[in-house]
Structure formats: structure tokens, C-alpha cells
Design a protein around this ligand. Structure first.
Ligand code: ADP
Length: 475
């Protein structure tokens, strides 16, 4: 079977969040059994030399709204199934979706162009694809084009990685992208409150829709988590299923991670502590025996940032250290940039730093994820491989991957579930109660190490979930 996997980000070429990790690790797992082409915009930010990306000598043009757009196809010389599409409107930017001034005003055109280009590449290169796998709103339009314009025979699977991002634009987009008004500007298609909604169209036109954890698949069919598309998802739930994301242990493994200070595994577990010492030294903290809590993520409301900020007032009186790494919405960046001075045991780094993130996974005792909703969440799975205990809100994929240490039978610890601390209600009292539980667990060193080592053995690779995708493609 041949699969065309279209994504607006793929690690290590281009990454803003978990989508990039999944778009690298899922194809990697699928490739053990099937042929998988990946298609990614060749953004200006991608280092062509480092990744040995070369022009294929193949280009084509496509006319939209009277404008001729040129697309050049590139390939990774060392992995000929990694394909890239270059077009100046799509690629010549300083960021993927936004810059310091906000979202790019022509993202509808950019990802519309990418969608046309994915189909044209597949057809013109005669790739003989059986299934096209789309990811999020950026590639959702491919489903609409495939079913309305091209009448493709390929089956289409759309994965929703985060329903909060839908690609909603002014209805002028219809003209810019040459989409048929009569056929597509209606509620069971692209129309959405007199605008267009790319993700909505993807849901209607795909043959199958997956989301990234079983719990999130249920949650998004409710008004609380449905982001105004709950009715659309309920109407289409006959083709909706949740398949838990996995992570790549080729990328995330303390035994071979080149970005951490000292490699370690179960047999060399003591070295985890060296990572903690060196990390604290690097940021100028001296008290190394205290428990170390870390947060890594985008600064958006979704991630529970308000709760995190509120918690610093409590943390300041605790015998603990906190490190925060992230960036995101302007107002949060500003708050975090100004806050450090008030809290001597809280270190904050505003920015995106893959290498520092790895050092944090390795050096921490606890990873905090106070998300208000979390489709799957990768951080908790990554941190467990590094022996760091997650503290999570009981929502979405966090509910599916972490069980509270007080809810388990220790004789039964061989199960396949990660162990951490979970809390039910998203408010500062429950959150600080979870932190207090963490402090007490840390005090019981033997139990803490037992849980930490157990988590290092839990398998959150793609082994199981990639099988579920293959079954889905075959069906
Ligand atoms: P998201 O909602 O952002 O996709 P996930 O938990 O699914 O959240 O994935 C987040 C991924 O992005 C993880 O690999 C995490 O380590 C990484 N990440 C998030 N923020 C940063 C940052 N500021 N610097 C480095 N890596 C980050």
C-alpha cells in the first residue's frame, strides 16, 4: 500500500509543536510495513544543506484566480520518500504561520496553494497512492478538492491534532482558491457563519477522521470541548475514531539523546541526577537536592498558563525549584519576561529551544501539564521515557496515558500505563493539591524511584498505534 502523508510541519525540518513530532514518527513507524511519501512545504527556514534537500528537476504551474503559481519539487537525497514543495508565497516567510505581527494575512492562499500542490504532485509524478493522510486544517482542503474538483479514487484520512485551530477565513477565499460557490459554500461543506472553515470541510469530505486519543474523540463531540464543531463531529461520528499518538524512541531516548548532558538508561539511572545538577548549574541555581518541577510548552490559554503563573506564589514558599520553557501569545511572553525577578526559585526561558527542552526532560523530577484541554499531549510521554514523573490535568490524551500513583496497585505495576499525579478540576486548589502530592512522593525516595523507573519502561512508541492506522487504511 502507498500512502501520501501531507503535513505543514515535520520534525526535524520544521516544528512548532507536537504535529511535527507526529508527522515524523508516524510515517517512520508506518514505513516498516508500507510505502509512505511525506509532503512538506520547503519553508525558507529549512536548512537545505544540512538535510541534503535537492531540487528534483521537476516543476509545474497552476493558475488560480488568474494568477500563475509555480511549484518546484525537492527531495531529501538520503530519504527519497521525503518530498518538499517550494512556492514563494507558501515558503518565503520568517515563520510557518505567523511572525511578530501576528498570523500571516494570506494563510488561506498559502495552504490552499499547498493543498493544490499536494494533489498535483501526486498526479504528475504518478505516485500511485492508495490513501492520502491529511493533518489539521492546513491540509484539510485536499479532501474538498479531491472530492469536488479532481474526483480522485484515493481514500482520504484526516487527523485532527487540535480542534482549536480550524483555518477560518473570509469568504473571499472561495474566489482566491477557485472553489465552486454553489457546491461548496454551504453548511455541509466549507461554509461556516458566512466565512470558510478549512477543517470543517476536511471533516465532511474525508472518508475517515481520526483524532489523537480516544478520550479526545469523545470530548470533541461535546459543547465544552467541541470548539463550535461538536455538531459537525456528531453528524460525522460514524467515521470518527481516536487513535493514541506515539513518540519516536529514536528521537526521545535518554540512552542516546545527544542534546542532554549525560546519557542514561535503567541500568545507569544514577546519571539522571547528573543531568539535574548540570541543568541547575547552567541556570545558576545552587540548591540541587530540592525537587525540580518543569513546564515545557506553548504559552496559550489551552496549556493552563494562567494556573501556572498563579502557582508561582505558592511555589515561592516551597522547598522546590521550577523551570519554565515556552513561548506563545504576546501577553504571556511579556508576563513571563518580567516575572522571574519576583521568584528566586523559578527560572523562566521565553523562546523555542529544542536542546534546552531535552535537558529539562532529563534533569527534572516532575513535569507539569495543567492543560485545560489536551488532544493527546506528547510532553508527558516524552518525560516518562526520561524517568520524569508527570503531573497532569485529567483531560484528553493525558487521561489516557497517565494514572495517578495513588490509584494503582503496586503489585500490578507491570501494566502498560504511565504513572504520575493527576487531578480532576482545573483550578488552583486542585492543582496545588497535586503539587503537594508530588512533594510528598519526592520525600519517599524509594517510591519515587520505583515510579520513575517504571515510566522509563512504559511503551508509548508507535508500535501499537501504527497498526491501528494500517488497519484503518486497509479498511
Ligand atoms: P502542542 O499542543 O504544542 O502540539 P504537544 O505536547 O503535542 O503540544 O507537543 C509539544 C512538543 O513541542 C514537544 O516535543 C515539546 O517538547 C515541544 N516544545 C513545546 N514548546 C517548546 C519550546 N518552547 N522549546 C522546545 N520544545 C518545545
Amino acid at each position: 500500500m502507498k500512502i501520501l502523508f501531507c503535513s505543514s510541519e515535520i520534525y526535524p525540518y520544521a516544528k512548532t509543536g507536537g504535529l511535527a513530532d507526529v508527522a515524523q514518527s508516524l510515517p517512520e513507524a508506518l514505513r516498516k510495513k508500507e510505502k509512505v511519501y511525506t509532503l512538506l512545504p520547503l519553508y525558507q527556514t529549512i536548512d537545505r544543506k544540512k538535510f541534503q534537500i535537492e531540487y528534483t528537476d521537476f516543476s509545474f504551474e497552476y493558475v488560480l484566480d488568474g494568477i500563475t503559481h509555480q511549484f518546484d519539487i525537492f527531495i531529501n537525497k538520503t530519504n527519497k520518500y521525503d518530498l518538499f514543495i517550494y512556492n514563494p508565497i507558501l515558503c518565503d516567510r520568517t515563520g510557518l504561520y505567523f511572525d511578530d505581527f501576528g498570523d500571516f494575512g494570506d494563510n488561506d492562499l498559502r495552504f490552499g496553494l499547498f493543498s493544490y500542490a499536494c494533489i498535483e504532485t501526486m498526479l504528475q509524478l504518478n505516485l500511485e497512492i492508495d490513501v492520502i493522510h491529511l493533518n489539521d486544517w492546513q491540509t484539510s482542503l485536499i479532501a474538498l478538492l479531491a472530492k469536488t474538483k479532481y474526483n480522485l479514487s484515493q481514500k482520504i484520512v484526516l487527523t485532527i491534532h487540535n480542534l482549536a485551530y480550524q483555518g477560518v477565513f473570509h469568504k473571499d477565499t472561495m474566489k482566491k482558491l477557485n472553489i465552486d460557490w454553489k457546491e461548496c459554500f454551504r453548511p455541509e461543506s466549507l461554509e461556516y457563519h458566512d466565512q470558510v472553515n478549512f477543517l470543517k470541510a476536511g471533516i465532511y469530505y474525508s472518508d475517515n477522521v481520526t483524532t489523537v486519543s480516544p478520550t479526545y474523540a469523545d470530548e470533541i463531540q461535546t459543547a465544552l470541548f467541541g470548539h463550535d464543531l461538536d455538531d459537525v463531529l456528531i453528524a460525522n461520528n460514524y467515521k470518527l475514531q481516536g487513535i493514541l499518538n506515539g513518540i519516536s524512541y529514536d528521537v526521545f531516548d535518554p540512552k542516546k539523546d545527544e542534546m542532554i548532558y549525560n546519557n542514561y538508561g535503567l541500568k545507569t539511572y544514577e546519571n539522571k541526577n547528573i543531568n539535574k545538577q548540570k541543568l541547575l548549574k547552567e541556570i545558576g541555581f545552587v540548591e540541587c537536592d530540592k525537587p525540580l518541577f518543569v513546564f515545557i510548552g506553548r504559552f496559550t490559554h489551552q496549556k493552563g498558563i494562567d494556573l501556572l503563573i498563579e502557582s508561582f506564589n505558592f511555589f515561592k514558599d516551597f522547598d522546590a525549584n521550577v523551570i519554565v520553557l515556552g513561548s506563545g501569545e504576546d501577553h504571556y511572553n511579556t508576563v513571563f519576561n518580567n516575572i522571574s525577578v519576583s521568584y528566586p526559585n523559578v527560572y523562566i526561558k521565553v523562546g523555542y529551544d529544542e536542546s534546552f527542552a531535552r535537558k529539562m526532560y532529563a534533569g527534572a523530577d516532575f513535569l507539569i501539564m495543567p492543560s485545560l484541554f489536551e488532544p493527546c499531549g506528547l510532553n508527558q510521554m516524552i518525560c516518562m521515557k526520561y524517568g520524569t514523573v508527570p503531573i497532569v490535568a485529567k483531560t484528553g490524551g493525558l487521561r489516557d496515558t497517565v494514572i495517578d500513583f495513588t490509584d494503582i496497585e503496586y503489585s500490578n505495576l507491570k501494566n502498560h500505563m504511565g504513572v504520575g499525579i493527576t487531578y480532576e478540576e482545573n483550578n488552583i486548589f486542585w492543582f496545588m493539591h497535586a503539587i503537594a502530592k508530588a512533594l510528598s512522593l519526592y520525600g519517599n525516595h524509594k517510591k519515587f524511584v520505583q515510579i520513575s523507573k517504571h515510566n522509563m519502561k512504559v511503551d508509548y512508541s508507535w508500535k501499537q498505534s501504527s497498526k491501528e492506522y494500517i488497519e484503518l487504511y486497509k479498511s
